[in-house]
Design a protein. Sequence first.
Length: 330
Amino acid sequence: MTLDPAEVLALLAIVGSLELVLAAAVMLNRMANRRFRRRLRAIYERAAGTAAAGAVNMRRSLTRTTSPTPTIDRVARRWLPRRERLATRLARTGRNISIGQYALTSIAIALVGASAVTVLTPLGPITSTLIGLCAGLALPHIVIGRLGKRRVAAFIDLFPEAIDLMVRALRSGLPVSEAIIDAGREIPDPAGCELRLVESGMRLGRDLEALLWDIAKRIDATEFRFFIIAMSVQRETGGNLAEALANLADALRRRRQMRAKVRAMSSETRATTMILGGLPIVVIGLLALTSPDYLRPLFYDKRGYFLDALAIGMLITGISVMNRMAKFEI
């Protein structure tokens, strides 16, 4: 079977546009967080490096769960790239999603997407397979990312109240470990669920700071890192931990208020992004209902495939740029 040049160009344009958008997003994210991650890595290696290295087996026993697809999990762990990062993203959602289930879902979406494109469009089998593969890789990644961000946002909203509970416990004379455990019992999930893991880890003899850094890896919230660093500095230099945590809780509340103000100020930009991003789709849908012959060259002509790929790439690029403009780091 010979490939049509226009079809190849359209496919290359789609793949190239997606790669450019992803590369730009990754580059901007790395530039923004490089300095912070370097400083955080230095603090982590100094404070918890030896404890974390000596407790690898205990950590595995704490995080081990019964998977409904053990065979697929073993195959996925062997062949999937960045397995640890994927496991961390799945754990961040707070749901019992194994790597095997994630892989099966991706394969199912890829098969359904390729079959739908083959049946509903005049595209060839190779192009349909590649489009289905892109859908199978992108959709689960986006859904897992959104679930994780939603859970982290809920954790951040509850964390100042959890710190207040710790401050009250410390002022009443309890040690810091008991204060964290009591806060985990009183505060709702997801903050309470994460803090309650400290109790399970300490029963196995693990260090408190190492347990907190494990939670920080899974939650990936700057506010929780502030909390761990404040405790580490207080333990090294001394001082009133309750007063330091009370100041931290007040700073986190101010940070939350500032983030809400920024979100309100950028609401116009986000609304504009939604309108401009959805307008081409709405117009194409209306034209498909009222004048289907007008759009026929875009779906049945070889030159139309190239224009479709170019339009999709420009639309994705524009939405990505506007989303970056509407986001501010607080």
